[in-house]
Every structure is written in C-alpha cells, then in structure tokens.
Design a protein around this ligand. Structure first.
Ligand SMILES: NC(=O)c1ccc[n+]([C@@H]2O[C@H](COP(=O)([O-])OP(=O)(O)OC[C@H]3O[C@@H](n4cnc5c(N)ncnc54)[C@H](OP(=O)(O)O)[C@@H]3O)[C@@H](O)[C@H]2O)c1
Length: 304
C-alpha cells in the first residue's frame, strides 16, 4: 500500500482504519478487523478518548500496541479535549489542566509512554488558542507525544492553528459530497500540512449500499443537497465508474494532499470491501471531469 510522509518523517499508510465504529462488544471480530487491516498494509489506526468513553482506546490500544511492538511503521492517533466522565454529553474543555489530564488518561488507557499522533478534538475561535497551542507544544517537549494535529472543520480555527503552531495534520470530513474542505486546501498546502481525511465514504453513501444508507442516514439530505439529489448524483457516479468507494478514494487523492484516508468499518466484511475498492484504484479513469456531478458546498459558519 502507498505510504505518505508527514513533516516529522513518520510514515502513514494512505488508507487508515477509523476505529470509532468497530464492534467492540465482539472482541474477536474487532481483533480480526485490525489484524486484517494490518495484513493488507494499513498502518494508521485512529481512535479518540471519547469513543465509547475510553473503551475504544483501551481495546483498540491493546490490539494495536502488539502490532506496534512488532512493526515500527504501525502508528496510532488519538484525540482529546472533550470532558466525558460521569456525564451523558460531551463538554468541550480546552483548558491546559484538563488537556494534560486527558492526555494522561489516554496514555494510561493505550498503555503507551508516548502517543504518536495527538489531535485536539475540536475547538472554537473563542477559545484561548494560544494557551491550547502552548499546551500541545509542551506535550511534545515533554516527550509525551510525537506530533500533534487538529481535528476541526472550522476554517477560522484551522487558520489560527496553522499560523501559530507546527501542526502535523488537520483531520476533516472530506469526500466528493462534503467537499467543503477544498476551500482551505490552499492554506494547508502553503504550510505543507497534509489532511487526515475522515468520512471518506460518507457513512456508507459511497458504497453499493447507498440506497439503504440514504434512507437510514441521509433522509434529510446533506447541507444544501436533498436526499433525492444525493441519490441522483450517486446513481450517475455508479453508472460512470461502477465502484463508488474507489471513486471516492480517487477523488480524495486527486484533490487533497493526503496523510491518510481514515475509513471506518463496523464489520470485517465492510473492511474487506473498503480495502478491495482501494486495490482497484489504478483501474479507475480520471475523476476530475466529473466534478460537476456534485455541488460545491461552502462552510456557512466559522469562516476566515
Ligand atoms: N471529529 C473527529 O475527529 C471525527 C469524527 C468522526 C469520525 N472520526 C474518525 O474517522 C473515522 C471514519 O469516520 P466515519 O466513521 O464517520 O466515516 P466513514 O468511514 O465514511 O463511515 C464509516 C461507516 O460507514 C459504513 N460503512 C463502512 N464500510 C461500508 C461498506 N463497505 N458498506 C456499507 N457501509 C459501510 C459503516 O456504517 P454502519 O456501522 O452504520 O454500517 C461505518 O461505520 C472514524 O472511525 C473515526 O476514527 C473522527
């Protein structure tokens, strides 16, 4: 599988595994999924402290850690900044004491001395961004993380981080339908910051099951695009390109400076299908010509 490099020279597999929706209640299948991903060349595994309130880090960490011990290319990223203990909902808390507490908790759950990639999991322009940035820089100086990034789709917040820190990456949902991040690619490219793509198959829309996914998850459409418009767009792409997942990967690679495309799966079969589509990438024709199938969507709030 193709490898990419970040500034620190750490290598990432072009496909990463998003661990948020793994079937954690079935440890055997979770193990099979992570091992299968690794056997197929995936070396980046994405988790967060909030996923299943720490359980995801604990379980995924125990499986990925073993792989990390055998293979120095295997890497894991986690995220912090949302308080979640003892409450039902999350509460954004970027204050330095809380961030340090969250990082220590993640290190404990992952049973690591150092986290390869630590992402600030959100943020608003009203935050004391200088304090947050100084805090993650200090984590790095203290040897507790290898690199830090930001998970945000707010252009104004991204811009502040880009201008005042050495972000290794920015994680954003990006795919042919949710093409909003394209408006900030110039800024990221100028600073040589690659994108950690989440939601590449848009929760299953870019798969052969899109009709069902439309009904289950997109009955209200997405942003300014109605559910019927989405259906027409996907039908058109299926007609032209056959494999919607391969199309989505190709579109992403052609438009973004990608660190890793973090694709999620909740079963082994889903992962197998998602990887097979990656293996068909070379057979796909250029997707630039098809840009007009999808609407250009813009961020409405939090603009620069
Ligand atoms: N703010 C953040 O930092 C943030 C937010 C969200 C996600 N993430 C990360 O990014 C990763 C990927 O994001 P995502 O899960 O939203 O995006 P995704 O990869 O676009 O969607 C994954 C979901 O799509 C469905 N799916 C996957 N493969 C399929 C297939 N072959 N056929 C049909 N359906 C399929 C599954 O839904 P079902 O389980 O319903 O079948 C799966 O859970 C997450 O795992 C997480 O690590 C980060």
């Amino acid at each position: 599988m193709m490898q990419t490099k970040m500034r620190s020279n750490n290598e990432y597999s072009i496909l990463g595994l998003g661990c948020m929706n793994l079937p954690l209640d079935n440890i055997r299948e979770t193990e099979q999924i992570i091992h299968y991903a690794y056997e197929q060349g995936i070396t980046y595994f994405d988790t967060a402290d909030v996923y299943q309130r720490g359980q995801n880090e604990t379980i995924v960490g125990s499986i990925v850690r073993e792989l990390m011990q055998q293979d120095s290319n295997v890497t894991i990223g986690t995220k912090g900044g949302n308080r979640f203990h003892d409450v039902e909902s999350f509460q954004w808390d970027p204050n330095p004491e809380y961030l340090r507490f969250a990082l220590e908790q993640s290190l404990n759950r992952l049973k690591l001395d150092k986290i390869p990639l630590y992402l600030i999991h959100g943020g608003t322009i009203e935050d004391d961004l200088v304090a947050t940035i100084e805090t993650v820089k200090q984590f790095k100086k203290d040897g507790l993380i290898d690199s830090y990034g930001l998970s945000s789709i707010r252009p104004n917040v991204i811009k502040e981080y880009v201008n005042h820190s050495e972000l290794a990456t920015v994680m954003m949902q990006y795919n042919p339908i949710d093409n909003r991040p394209e408006s900030i690619f110039n800024l990221l490219d100028k600073h040589d910051i690659p994108v950690l793509v989440r939601g590449p198959i848009m929760k299953g829309l870019f798969t052969k099951n899109y009709e069902q996914v439309l009904i289950d998850k997109f009955s209200d459409g997405f942003e300014s695009v109605s559910s019927n418009e989405l259906r027409e767009q996907l039908r058109q792409i299926e007609l032209d390109y056959n494999d919607l997942t391969t199309y989505a990967y190709k579109y992403i690679i052609d438009h973004a400076n990608v660190l890793s495309i973090v694709v999620g799966a909740s079963s082994l079969n889903q992962l197998k299908s998602n990887i097979e589509s990656y293996q068909n990438l070379n057979e796909l024709k250029d997707v630039h010509n098809n840009k007009n199938v999808f609407k250009d969507i813009s961020y409405i709030n939090h603009n620069i």
